[in-house]
Design a protein. Sequence first.
Length: 490
Amino acid sequence: MWGVFVEYAEQLGTITYTPYGVALAGDDGELLGPVDNWIDYGAYERTRGAGFAYAARLPGYGFPYVFLRLFSGPETARFLLVVFQIALSSLALTLFARLLARSRGGLISGLIIGCFFVFSLPWEHRTYPDSLALSAFMLGLVAFSKARSSVGHGQSTGMYLLSGALFTWLFFLRGFYGPFFLFLFGIIALAEWRKQSIRRLLITATVFFLPLVIAESAWVLRNYHYHEKFIPLQDTGISTGENADNNVFSKYYGFGSSYKPTIIQLRNVVNLWGGDNFHPYTNSELRWFMIPIEGEAASDAYFREHFPKWITADPDLTHDFKQLKHAVRNSYAEGRAFEDQLLIEKELLADINQTIAKTKAAQPLTSQLAAPLRRVKNLFFRNVTSDWPMPAFGMSDPLSSVWRLGVLLMYALGLLYLLLITFTGHAHFAERFLFAALLTIIGVFAFLIPIQEFKYGMIPAVTGGIALAVRAGDLIATYWRKRQSLSNHT
C-alpha cells in the first residue's frame, strides 16, 4: 500500500524523500537537526555554529532518534526512526483495541479499522512527532487503565510510573497535550479520595508525576542556563516588547524559512478572527500573505473572497494588509547583504505587531465572539486525506477514492461517537477519557494555540474511530452469539 503513496508523491513532487524512502517533515531541521548537531558537533543548535541554544521546539522527538544516531548516520537513523514509528503504532493499536474489546469480534474490528481506515497512516512514514504522540497516548492510557484496575494487587505502582513516563513523552512530543495531566490527576485524586486514603493519594500522584517532574526540571534548568529566562515549553527567541532584545536575529536566522519567527508572529494576525493561518492549505488567509499570486487583480480578488468583510470594507485596514503582504514577500528576496536583510526582518516584525494592534481595535464584537468557533472549525472540519500524496478524488482510481471516503467516514464517525457515547451509561473508562481529551483539544486550540492543523486533532479522531469499530464489533459478536444460542435451543 505504501508503494502507492511513494509513486504518487514522486509524480506530484509533494514530499521530499531520503534515499531510503522516508518522507521528511517540512520542519525536519527543527525537529531532528538539533540532535544531529549535538551528536556530530556537541551543540544542541538548529544551525551548527549559531551559538544560540535551541529551545524553539520541545525535544521529545529526539527520542529515540538520538540513540539511533549513536551508531548510524542521519539518513539511516531517519529510516530506523520510521521503522520504530510503524512498530510502535502496531503495538499501541493492538493493546488499545484489546483494552476496549469485550470480544474477539470487537478486537478484530478495531484492528482492521486501525490498520486501514484512519488518517494517521501516512504520518507513520514521515518524520513528524504526531505518529509517536498517538502511540504514546494510546499506550499511556492502556497503562493508566491497568493501574486503576490492579490497585491492591501490587502492580499499580509500576503501571502508574509507566503511564506517567508515556504521558511525559507525549507532552514533550506535542506540548499542547499537557492539560491531559490535569484530568489524569483528577482521576487519581477522585479514586483515592473515595477510599479516604490521603497517604495513598500522595504516593500514587508522586509516582505518576515523577517522570514529568524530572524531565521538565531538566529542560527548564537547561534553558535557564543558556537563555537566563524561564522556558517551560518552547521559545522562538522573538520578543515583541517595545525594547525587545531579539537575540534570535543573527547570521544564522532562517530568512528564507516559511516557519521563521516573524511568520509565526504573522499567524497571530489571522488568528484574531479565527482565520486559516497555515499557508499550505488552499484558500487560507495566511497563504495570501506568503504565496505569490499572479496579477494584482487576482490578488485583490483572493483578498476580498477569503478575508472578513469588516477588513476588506475598511480602506485603512485594506491598505495596511496589502502593505504587510508586500513586506512579507520582500523579506524573502535574495541577494541582500546580511545587515540589510536583518533590518528588513526587524521592520517586518514591527509591521506585524502594529497590524495586530490596529486590527484588534477595529474588530467587531461579533467577530471576536465567533473566532473560537472558527478555530475549532479549522481544526476538525477538514479533508484529512488532502495531504496524502495521491491525486484528488476526481483524478484518482475508484479503489483509491473509496478508500479515502472510508477514512473520511471513520474520521467523522469517530468524533461523533466520542460526543455521544460519553452520555450513555455504557462507556468504557478509556472512552470517557477520550471525550475529555477531545474537549481539551477544542479548548486549547480555540483559545490558546494560534494555528490549527488537522493533524493536531489526530488523537481524539483516530482513537474515537478505533473505539467505535471495537464497539460495533462487540455488538455484532453479541448479536451473533444470541442468534447461535437461539438456533441451538430450537
